[in-house]
Each structure stands twice: as C-alpha cells, then as structure tokens.
Design a protein around this ligand. Structure first.
Ligand code: IVH
Length: 698
C-alpha cells in the first residue's frame, strides 16, 4: 500500500480560490445526488493542495474553504443532529497507521489494549432514529450538525427493521448503500424507465435515498457502525449499554435485528496488537474484490469506551478512530478510442482505449465495454470522461460517461457494419455480436491456441505454418491437423522431410494428451487451463461432459448458473469438431480418473480424511500457490504444468495467497505473494523441497 499521493500545487491566490470553488461544487454534488465531476482520489488531491496553500498563507484562508469541515462544507438539510455526525481522518499506509496509534497512545498516556477493526463501507452516512423500538425518522449526515429528513425511504432498506427486538429509544448510525445485485436491479429499472443507468452503486444509493416521486423503487442496504443513546435517557437499557466496549455495542445492535458487518465476510474483530490490525487490513483488502458491496478502507477504533472518552473529538473527526484507506478502484478518465477485436469463437468485442489511470495499484489503458448494446445503453461517446472500475484481479470496465463534463467535442462511437477482421457479415441477433463465419474467422488464433504448450503442445506449428495450411485448404480447424498426410505436409513450401516427420510425430503425440488439455484446446469461453482441469476431473470423459446439461455443468466449482448454459451451447456448436477428434483417436478421457463422491454420501474415508483431496497423495486436501521462478527438477515446467503437478499430487492449485493457502512454493524473485504468505503464517517451501515432496509424480 502506498503513502498518500501528492497534492495539487496551487501557485497563487486565484488558483487557490478556484480550487476552493471546485472542491465546494464537487462536495455539493457528491453529498447531494451522489454525482461528482471529481473522483475520490482527485477530490482528496485537491483538498490536500488547498490545505498546503492554507498552511503557507494562513491569512488568506477563505471562509468557504472545505478544509476541516464535515462533507467539505456542503450544506444539505435542516434536521439537527443531537450529536454531530463526524467524518474520519485517513491514513494510507501501515507506517502512518503505526504513527497515528503511537500519537494516540501518547495523548492517552497508556497503551490501547483493544482495537476494533471494521470495513469502511462505501455508501452514505445515515442516522436511523428509533423511539420505543419503532423506526420513526431517517436523517442524512448533511453538514454533520444538520441533515436532510429522508424518512420516506423507510421500508426500502434491507437491514434496517421497522421494529427492533426491544422497545428501546436509540439512534443507529451506519451506512446506506447498494449491493451489487441491488445496483444491477436499480440500473435495469432506470434503463427501462428512461434508457440511462447509474454511474456506480454509491451515486445510485444517493439518488434512491432522496428520490420521492420516482415511478420505480430501488432497494437499499444498511449496515450499522454505531449506536447512540440520548444523554438524558435514564432507562435500565441505557444504563446497561453505557460504558460497554464498541464491539459489544455492535453485538447488541445485531441482537436488536439491525444489520451490522458481522453478517459479512469482513465483520468487525477486536485486535490487541498492531500486527493483528495489519493482518486484518490485509485480509479485508484481499476479499474486497469479491464482496457484494463496496468498501473503500478499513476503520480502526479504540474498542474501550474509556479510551474513546479520553481521546475525544476534533472538529471534523474523532481522535479515537482512523480510516486506513485502500487504493481507489474507480476513477474518471478519458475515452480515447474504441477497438473492435474478434475473439477465437468469432465474438466481436469492443474494447475501450483510455487515457492511462492508476487503479488499485496498476495502470489501466484498456477496459472492457462488453458489447454494442452496452455502449448504446450507456450513451458513450468518443472523448467522453468516463468512470472506470477495477479491483483485484477483475478486468477493468467502463461504468458510465460523466455526462455533465461534456464539452461538445465528443463524437459518436463508430459501430462496425461488417466483421472487422474478415469483412464478412455480422450476426447481430444476440447481444454479443459475432462474425457469421464463427470460429473460422479466427481460425489461425484458435488453431494456434489449441496447438499451444498448455493445450495439445504441438511443437513446430508456428502461425505462419498454420496460415499456409489454411491457405492450401488442408485444414479448417485444429481437428483437421490429425488427418494431414505426409504428402500434403511435404507439398507445403519450405517443408523438408525432417521437419515434416517431426511435425507429424508431434501431432501423433498430441493424441495422447489428457482430456483436460484436449478440452482446453476447444477454447470454450470461460474455460481456461485450470477450469478445463476441473471440468475433466469432475466428469472424467468427453462423453460425460457432452451429455451433461447446464445443471450438471454448474456443479463444477467456479462454473455457476451464469456460465454453465454458455458452456453447454458452445459444446453443441463444437460437436462436429469433437466428433472429428474422436474419430482421429484423440484421447477423450482423464487418466486415473475416479468418480467424485455423490454429494452427501459417506465415502467411509473416516473422520480424519483430508477434505477435497485423494487421501494418500502427498498434497491431499492442500491448497497450493506457486510464485517466482522454478529451479532444479521443476525448472522446465510452465506455470500450467506446475498446476497440473499439484493436482496430480492431490492438491488444489490457486493463483493467490489467502488464509486458506496450505503451502506456497516460492522460487527465486518471489515478490508480494511470499510477503503475504509470511504475514499469514502460510508454510513456504523452495522448488527443491517441493520436488522432494511430490517425488516421482513430476
Ligand atoms: S465510524 C464519529 N465506522 O465513513 C465518526 N464510519 O469517511 C464515526 N463509514 O462518516 C464513523 N464505514 O459514514 C465508521 N465502520 C465504519 C464506517 C464508517 C463507513 C463512513 C461514515 C463516516 C465516513 C468517514
């Protein structure tokens, strides 16, 4: 994780005044309807520039300056908060977190013995007022002292019950947001209504919360992060809650029936050391991309009421809590161009070319645009400022244009009328457009892929050679390779007897490749190397795969109900090619395959059988990750071959280190995966030790 990025440099008073106005406008839009001309990073950047200028020129500070104000000084609403709704100070690195904790402990004059570590939910702060257990009012944060009454949203927010378990009078504070599925649902509703979508879940949630007379209703989600009792509440309930640690207050909130992050994968924990805090930060960061809702950091709070009381509050934020910000996953950049690529199966896919932006640690230049309908639906234009999203391993995607930043110079995106690769017609009957020639359009690419090292591994079949064979009409797909005669190959230009015999021998050897590789060679969408191994391991034979319906395919780990029907449909389309492979004598089974146990059946392996692996094999039940370069007996193995080896040895190969990882094989130049494994206490072995472990399975 990085330190705070640098600030915008403001040269003079007029640049400063302009920056203050820009920040004010952005804050008003952000806290108003959730839109903004600046992404979070750009806003933070600007405010830091304003702060730096004010530190140098204290007598020029404008009263409208956003610094030191909740919600950047944007004023919304007129319902007073009984206790101000404050913001949080930020740190951007582990070092700064340690510094912050040390300064807090100096202030307290004692060590903090319990920290609460929670996700920082990326939504809108809200106060939910309950009187005698009934939800009576919802108020937004506004400027921190006064907010807007949004009680009309009561009944549309999951996690915020109309009644609590007990007749208590309490204000639950927390974040209102949209989960991914609520966001998709909201976009579909808006799409049907006026043909537009929302830029992101946060602005969709802001809009939905304020909307009073929309013809459609969008569902929201609430997670609580604190509970407030009236200072003059003398009830028994209040007395029993006062003075409780924050973690216990949150357990009480959950017991009352309101939602807290405890029901998610990233619920709050109590940490007693800075090491444990850092470990939890890493754990939450690793899960971020897979969460069903957005988080933008981790909040670390003193858990004990006495520590909180003594630390107190600044004007903008409490001194007993800090937000450890995670790198931005969303930024605004320019859409420079749209490229049209034809995939192996003839799918014509648009790809956005962007002005490069750094997102979640890497520079993004291209982003997926899904399909033509998606472009039209979002109303994208060349030259648009667009919101781009990327987190973890996900492929960057363009979310939406920022319409109010248009200059008038934007141009429509040219949509191809014919296949951009071969010039043939386009089949536009489905959302994903396709060249009418299907796989034949990209024959070189699909044959080259099938012959590749991780699939059929046919040595000596360069692209130029494939082109020659296509041009000569000897092959149309990769199954035809198995029918080539010596005379046909010898007849090709620049093809001598030795290279012909070598190539034909390589093709002959390819017939013995296991089903996992033959299946991978088919290039079915969504089934790369490891998925193909899983499919082969699950079904054991091509026949079994071909007779499986979508429901049976879904049972393969990682192939959910979304992907399975596509796999079935592609296999039907590939039937003639598969038949040709079968007739040529290509292997259609997975060596050593045993049927997986029926769900729920007792395999009588006993209680101590390792879960999910074949007992007796050296890596049975283990999840193994490989990083760095391999040496010794493993030197020549590709990553795919290493993964195949792990699976032959009964283990499960994975590409990222997590708490569930049992073993990391770390070769030379191992980087962040090794560091992460060390933090998580995962066992690490070198290539030599690993080679000993798997023995003659290599
Ligand atoms: S505690 C006294 N805990 O982040 C302030 N806030 O950037 C107490 N937020 O205004 C805030 N998740 O809207 C707290 N687990 C969490 C949070 C959280 C998200 C929001 C909250 C706050 C903003 C500050």
């Amino acid at each position: 994780m990085t330190d705070a990025p640098p600030s915008t440099l403001l040269a003079d008073q007029s640049a400063y005044a302009e920056a203050v106005q820009l920040a004010l406008d952005a804050a008003a839009a952000y806290y108003g309807d959730g839109t903004s001309s600046l992404d979070d990073d750009a806003y933070d950047h600007l405010v830091r520039g304003i702060q730096a200028y004010e530190a140098e020129h204290p007598d020029e500070v404008l009263p409208t300056s956003p610094t030191g104000k909740v919600a950047g000084g944007a004023v919304v609403g007129d319902v007073p908060h009984m206790v101000p709704m404050l913001s949080l100070d930020n740190v951007f690195s582990a070092e700064k977190l340690v510094e912050w904790a040390a300064s807090l402990e100096r202030r307290l004059g004692r060590p903090v013995t319990a920290w609460s570590v929670e996700p920082k939910l990326d939504g809108l702060a809200i106060a939910a007022r309950y009187r005698s257990g009934r939800l009576v009012q919802l108020v937004t944060r506004g400027d921190g002292t006064k907010g807007e009454d949004v009680s009309h949203a009561i009944g549309t927010i999951v996690g915020l019950p109309a009644r609590l378990a007990e007749p208590v009078t309490v204000e639950l504070r927390g974040e209102v947001m949209m989960t991914t599925s609520q966001f998709e649902d909201a976009c579909a509703k808006r799409q049907a209504h006026d043909g537009t979508t929302f830029a992101n879940p946060r602005s969709a949630a802001a809009g939905a919360l304020r909307a009073q007379d929309r013809p459609y209703v969008c569902e929201l989600t609430f997670f609580s992060y604190s509970a407030l009792l009236h200072s003059d509440d003398a009830s028994e309930q209040a007395a029993s809650l006062r003075g409780l640690p924050h973690s216990e207050v949150m357990a009480w909130v959950a017991a009352q029936g309101a939602q807290t992050p405890a029901v998610t994968d990233v619920g709050g924990i109590v940490a007693t050391t800075l090491e444990r805090i850092q470990e939890r930060v890493e754990e939450i960061a690793a899960k971020r991309a897979d969460l069903a809702f957005g988080i933008d950091g981790i909040v670390i709070k003193c858990d004990l009421a006495a520590d909180q009381a003594q630390a107190g509050f600044g004007s903008r934020a409490p001194r007993w809590a800090i937000a450890y910000k995670l790198p931005a996953t969303e930024k605004i950049t320019k859409l420079l161009d749209v490229e049209w690529n034809v995939g192996r199966s003839g799918i014509i896919a648009p790809r956005a070319v962007l002005e490069p932006v750094v997102l979640d640690g890497s520079t993004v230049t291209y982003a997926t645009l899904h399909n033509v309908a998606d472009i039209t639906r979002r109303g994208l234009m060349l030259g648009d400022s667009v919101v781009v999203y990327k987190a973890g391993d996900v492929i960057p995607r363009v979310e939406a244009p920022v319409v109010h930043l248009r200059t008038g110079d934007e141009k429509p995106i040219p949509i191809p009328q014919v296949c951009p690769l071969c010039g043939d017609e386009i089949d536009a009957s489905q959302e994903r457009w396709r060249c009418v020639r299907g796989r034949a359009c990209r024959a070189i690419a699909s044959i080259g892929y099938a012959a590749g090292r991780d699939q059929l591994d046919i040595e000596g079949l360069a692209e130029s050679r494939i082109q020659q064979m296509l041009d000569a009409g000897l092959i149309a797909d990769f199954a035809d390779l198995f029918y080539l005669t010596r005379e046909q190959v010898l007849g090709l230009e620049r093809m001598g007897a030795t290279s012909t015999d070598n190539l034909l021998a390589a093709i002959e050897r390819a017939k013995a490749q296991p089903l996992s590789r033959v299946f991978c060679a088919l290039g079915v969408r969504g089934t790369g190397r490891s998925m193909s191994r899983r499919i082969a391991k699950h079904f054991g034979s091509m026949d079994a795969i071909r007779t499986a319906d979508a429901q049976a395919i879904e049972a393969v780990e990682g192939l959910g109900p979304k992907k399975a029907p596509g796999v079935v449909a592609e296999l039907v389309e590939l039937a003639p090619l598969i038949d040709k492979l079968v007739a040529a004598g290509v292997t259609m089974t997975e060596p050593g395959w045993t049927p997986p146990p029926a769900p729920g059946s007792d395999t009588s392996a006993g209680d101590d059988a390792e879960p999910g692996g074949t007992p007796g094999l050296p890596l049975a039940g283990m999840s193994v990750v490989v990083t760095g370069s391999m040496s010794g007996a493993l030197e020549a193995l590709t990553r795919n071959q290493m993964n195949e080896l792990i699976e032959r040895a009964g283990g499960k190969s994975s590409s990222s280190v997590s708490k569930k990882t049992s073993l990391l094989v770390a070769g030379e130049n191992a980087g962040s995966k090794r560091a992460k494994a060390e933090t998580l206490g995962v066992r690490i072995v070198g290539p030599e030790e690993f080679a000993d472990l798997v023995g003659d399975l290599i």
